[in-house]
Write a protein that binds this ligand. Structure first.
Ligand code: HXC
Length: 260
């Protein structure tokens, strides 16, 4: 498939990590409708491609994404937004069943920060800047910023960022728990791909179940979340991969998972 706003590739020694690179450099990867639609198409393709175990989403060194496209939004009315469900197609990113890693260099602002937070893990380059500057435009975060940022870093820090529009550095973001690791700018994407490869070594059924259970922790009260986890844990005992993993451990050899 030929894309206009993104580049896609398969990386890693086994070519089992899908890479989606946002490629609208002139506008700092502002997330116009076409760009987000293409991310959705690429994700759906990678979802059905059984050779792909994990997906990395990245931007350029200057910007992961500087937000939703302000030029596209400027003249939009409430009626347009409501009738055409503005931004609803962004949800594809958070619904991807395969592990997703955001590799953030440069600006991750507004919708850019929100896309990163839709991913399962965020790795950042040393110069990354996270922010929800919508208040400076007279609006509010609209793709999860008020919810996911608050869950990630707590109310006080999230309120401060969202009410001032001020940016958070990669180092602060790591300290606050928004980001799991920080790397030198040029090493970031390679490290994210290596992470995808590490996840890819395991049973992809187990990986999908881990992801599903962790994500449920955002949705459910503890007792229901624990029950949900237990049901998936029990379900994993139906797989060949569980037998293989435990047998390999006891035979002191490397498991050979078949994703079955
Ligand atoms: C459209 C954008 C853009 C955006 C940057 N550009 N961000 N275009 N939408 N979100 C364009 C600029 O207009 C400019 O185009 C070019 O990219 C380079 O940007 P500059 O501002 O010249 O670069 P710089 O001075 O380095 O400043 C970088 C920046 C700044 C700090 C990231 O661009 C900025 O503040 N951008 C907006 C950030 C923002 O408010 N994001 C939230 C958007 S609202 P030209 O043609 O002049 O070269 C949002 C709503 C979320 O995301 C709701 C749910 C998704």
């Amino acid at each position: 498939v030929q894309y206009e706003y993104i580049k896609v590739d398969k990386r890693g020694e086994k070519k089992n990590v899908g890479l989606i690179q946002l490629n609208r450099l002139k506008a700092l990867n502002a997330l116009c409708d076409g760009l987000v639609s293409e991310i959705g198409e690429a994700l759906q393709e990678m979802e059905t491609d059984t050779s792909i175990d994990a997906i990395v989403i990245t931007g350029s060194e200057r910007a992961f994404a500087a937000g939703a496209d302000i030029a596209e939004m400027k003249d939009k009315s409430f009626q347009d937004c409501y009738a055409r469900k503005f931004l609803s197609h962004w949800d594809i990113i958070s619904k991807c069943p395969k592990p997703t890693i955001a590799a953030v260099n440069g600006f991750a602002l507004g919708g850019g920060c929100e896309v990163a937070m839709m991913c399962d893990i965020i790795y950042a380059g040393e110069k990354a800047k996270f922010g929800q500057p919508e208040i400076t435009l007279g609006t509010i975060p609209g793709a999860g910023g008020t919810q996911r940022l608050t869950r990630a870093i707590g109310k006080s820090k999230a309120m401060e960022m969202i009410l001032t529009g001020e940016f958070m550095s990669a180092q602060e973001a790591e300290k606050a728990g928004l980001v799991s690791k920080v790397f030198p700018v040029e090493e970031l994407v390679g490290e994210a791909i290596k992470l995808g490869e590490r996840i890819g070594e395991f049973s992809q059924i187990a990986a999908a179940m881990c992801k599903e259970a962790v994500n449920m922790s955002d949705e459910l009260p503890l007792s229901n979340g624990l029950l949900y986890e237990k049901k998936l844990f029990h379900s994993s005992f139906a797989t060949d991969d569980k037998r293989e993993g435990m047998t390999a451990f006891l035979e002191k050899r490397k498991p050979d998972f078949k994703d079955n």
